[in-house]
Write a protein that binds this ligand. Structure first.
Ligand code: AMP
Ligand code: MN
Ligand code: MN
Ligand code: MN
Length: 284
């Protein structure tokens, strides 16, 4: 089996490496098929594809779309998308516009709790200002000495109930799936083990309702192996994949050296019985 990594981020969203440097690192770590999946933007794909071509690596066009479903923020990954597909381009553009507004509100909320000047600080970390987001805020709060690392920022700020959190309306689930499918791509539910209801993990009943709706709308895949899942969760989501007849995906969700759960590549194999998501395009 080839060495696949189908989820990672560059400086086009909240990663630390440029698309070229990301591909170089992936190559150095034996990745043979890479998808770049920046949040809500496809601007890095051309550069990454060029770099991958030079290294004889197979490259997959990807994106990770921010979605609001009920009270939850979900991430839907599109693989093998056509970045030129107009409805996808327009949809992503509208999400990006919302990020600017949200960033101002986040900074206002932090200022009210005694932390001024964060908006300018966060933008200094956003190589692509259109994708300003919580990670850039977090990096600035670390730099300014508020927290020791990005993870502890997320524990104390920027999440529900903490200063700097602003609820936000992202894309709808049907829109995100239609943009991906309409462009020829495969829609994959990212890191299902990360979704929560309040402080607790999303319950099995809600998750089943989500997967039913996702599948009815044309969603085809679920991340089984990913950077933020435990081995028990690989098994758990492999069972959901089977129950809902979904393809299994794998990706590190790498953001940068020293900052992520996992580095690029070297992902563990799927549990038995999984149908890998690449079947969707290899059998075409
Ligand atoms: P945003 O799209 O602006 O809401 O930012 C979401 C991003 O924040 C995710 O893609 C992660 O990169 C990062 N993130 C969310 N929760 C955490 C966490 N607990 N620790 C570290 N990074 C996180
Ligand atoms: Mn991210
Ligand atoms: Mn995500
Ligand atoms: Mn991600």
């Amino acid at each position: 089996m080839l060495n696949y990594d189908l989820h990672c981020h560059s400086t086009v969203s909240d990663g630390l490496l440029s698309p070229t440097d990301l591909v170089a690192r992936a190559a150095g770590r034996d990745v043979e098929v890479l998808a770049l999946t920046d949040h809500d933007d496809v601007m890095g794909l051309d550069e990454a594809r060029q770099a991958a071509l030079q290294r004889g690596m197979q490259f997959i066009n990807g994106v990770e779309i921010s979605v609001t479903w009920r009270s939850h923020t979900l991430h839907i990954i599109g693989l093998q998308i056509d970045p030129q597909y107009e409805p996808l381009k327009q949809g992503l553009r509208s999400i990006r516009t919302g990020r600017g507004t949200r960033a101002k509100l986040m900074a206002d909320s932090l200022a009210k709790s005694g932390i001024p000047g964060v908006l300018e600080g966060a933008y200094r970390y956003a190589s692509n200002p259109d994708i300003i987001g919580r990670t850039h805020f977090a990096r600035f709060l670390v730099e300014s000495g508020r927290c020791k690392d990005v993870r502890s920022v997320f524990k104390n700020y920027l999440v529900k109930g903490k200063p700097g959190y602003v609820s936000h309306q992202w894309a709808t689930l049907p829109d995100a799936i239609n943009w991906i499918r309409g462009s020829g791509g495969v829609a994959v539910l990212a890191h299902p083990g990360r979704y929560t209801s309040g402080r607790k993990p999303m319950g099995a009943k809600t998750l089943r309702e989500l997967l039913r709706e996702f599948s009815d709308l044309g969603g085809q895949g679920i991340e089984v192996v990913c950077g933020s899942h435990t081995p028990e969760q690989y098994a758990e989501f492999a069972r959901y994949a089977k129950e809902f007849d979904l393809l299994a995906s794998c990706g590190s969700d790498f953001h940068g050296p020293g900052e992520s759960y996992r580095d690029l590549g070297h992902l563990p194999d799927f549990p038995l019985d999984c149908r890998p998501v690449w079947q969707a395009w290899e059998q075409q």
